[in-house]
Design a protein around this ligand. Structure first.
Ligand SMILES: [Zn+2]
Ligand SMILES: [Zn+2]
Length: 342
C-alpha cells in the first residue's frame, strides 16, 4: 500500500479541500522527491480560486508553486542533487527539446507542465519535481525568505527586459508582493523616483518601506497628473503587476518609454487608439514566468540585498490554505506562507 500525506487539493469552482492523498514516488530516473518546508501563496492561486476563475487550473490538482524544501529521494539518473540538499523549484517544468527550449526560452516551452496548476504542487507534505527545475539554495536562509525564489525569478526575467539605470524613473502599478519586490529591485538598480500606485492603504505603507519615493491611490487621485508632476515628462518605465493596466502604463510613460506587462488577468480586455503607441514610440513588453533566471534569484536572496522579512505577514498550517488565499485575495496580507509539515 502506498504511503499517504496531507495536501490541499483544488476541486474546481473555488473549492480547496485538505485531503489524505498518495505520497509522490519516483517514476522517472530524473525525478526528485522534496519534503516541503514552506510554500507561499501567489496571486495566481487567488485567480484560480475565484469564481469564475481568472486562471484555469485542473480540478484534482494540489495547488502551490512557490516552495522550498529538502530533497528526500532522488531517481537513478540524478547527478546534481543528493538527499538532504535544500532546493527551490521552478514550477514550470519544460521539455528541453522543443524549438523554444532550444532557443533557451524554457518559459515559452511548447510542452510546459505547470506545478500547482496542472501537476501536483507544494501545498502538500511532499512534492515530485524533475531534477532540471530544482535549484540548490543555502541552508542558512530562513525558509520564508528562500520561498521568494520563484516570484523573484519571474520578476528578474522581466527586469532583464528593461535596462533600468540609476536615476531612471519608474512607476510600479500594484503593491502586492510582486509589486513590492519590483520596488525593492528598482531601488537596488538606483531608479529614482519610484512611484507606486496601489489602492489598498496597507500596501501603500509597505511600498514606502520598500523604497517607493511616492505612493498614490489611483482610485482617488489622478495617476497621470501625479506622474507628470513628479517627472515632468512621464516615467521612463511603467510596470503593470496587476495584469490590466497597460493603458494606464502607456499614458504614464514618457515618449520612448517602456511598459512592462507582468501581471496576468485572464479577464482584462482593453480598447484604445493604436497611434498612442506609434507616435510616442512606446514599447510594450510582455514577460512570462522565469526564463533561466533562477540562479540570479537564488544569488540575490543569498546576498541579503533585499529586505524581505517585513513582507511576511502570515505563516499558516496546511489546514488554513484556503483561508490564506482569501486573506491574500482581500489584500489583507503580503507574503502568506503555508507550512505543510507543521
Ligand atoms: Zn506564482
Ligand atoms: Zn520545450
Amino acid at each position: 500500500m502506498s504511503e499517504k500525506m496531507r495536501a490541499a487539493v483544488f476541486e474546481g469552482n473555488g473549492v480547496l479541500e485538505i485531503k489524505e492523498v498518495d505520497k509522490p514516488v519516483i517514476t522517472k530516473p530524473d525525478d526528485v522527491i522534496v519534503e516541503v518546508e514552506t510554500c507561499s501563496i501567489c496571486g495566481t492561486d487567488v485567480h484560480i480560486m475565484s469564481v469564475p476563475p481568472g486562471y484555469i487550473a485542473a480540478p484534482g490538482t494540489i495547488l502551490g508553486h512557490e516552495l522550498v524544501g529538502k530533497v528526500v529521494e532522488v531517481g537513478d539518473r540524478v547527478t546534481s542533487l543528493k538527499v538532504g540538499d535544500r532546493v527551490v523549484t521552478n514550477p514550470n517544468d519544460y521539455c528541453g527539446v522543443c524549438k523554444y527550449c532550444q532557443k533557451n526560452l524554457p518559459n515559452l516551452c511548447e510542452h510546459i507542465i505547470p506545478m500547482g496548476i496542472e501537476a501536483d504542487g507544494g501545498f502538500a507534505e511532499y512534492v515530485r519535481v524533475s531534477e532540471k527545475v530544482a535549484h540548490k539554495i543555502s541552508d542558512d536562509l530562513p525558509a520564508e525568505i528562500a520561498a521568494f525564489a520563484e516570484p523573484l525569478a519571474c520578476l528578474i526575467n522581466g527586469v532583464n527586459k528593461i535596462p533600468v539605470k540609476p536615476a531612471d524613473s519608474v512607476l510600479v502599478m500594484g503593491a502586492g508582493v510582486i509589486g513590492l519586490l519590483f520596488t525593492q529591485i528598482m531601488k537596488a538598480c538606483g531608479a529614482s523616483p519610484i512611484i507606486v500606485s496601489e489602492p489598498a492603504p496597507m500596501r501603500r505603507e509597505f511600498a514606502k518601506k520598500c523604497g517607493a519615493d511616492f505612493v498614490i491611490d489611483p482610485f482617488t487621485e489622478n495617476l497621470e497628473e501625479f506622474v507628470l508632476d513628479k517627472t515632468g515628462i512621464g516615467v521612463d518605465y511603467a510596470i503593470d503587476v496587476v495584469g490590466s493596466q497597460m493603458w494606464t502604463g502607456i499614458k504614464a510613460v514618457r515618449k520612448g518609454g517602456k511598459v512592462l506587462l507582468f501581471g496576468f488577468d485572464g479577464k482584462a480586455k482593453l480598447s484604445f487608439e493604436q497611434y498612442h503607441i506609434t507616435n510616442r514610440e512606446i514599447s510594450i513588453l510582455g514577460t512570462w514566468l522565469a526564463n533561466a533566471s533562477f540562479p540570479q534569484a537564488v544569488k540575490i536572496l543569498e546576498s541579503g540585498m533585499l529586505n524581505l522579512e517585513p513582507l511576511i505577514t502570515h505563516k499558516l498550517p496546511l489546514e488554513k490554505t484556503a483561508e490564506g488565499i482569501e486573506i491574500l485575495g482581500k489584500g489583507e496580507g503580503i507574503e502568506v506562507l503555508i507550512y505543510p509539515n507543521l
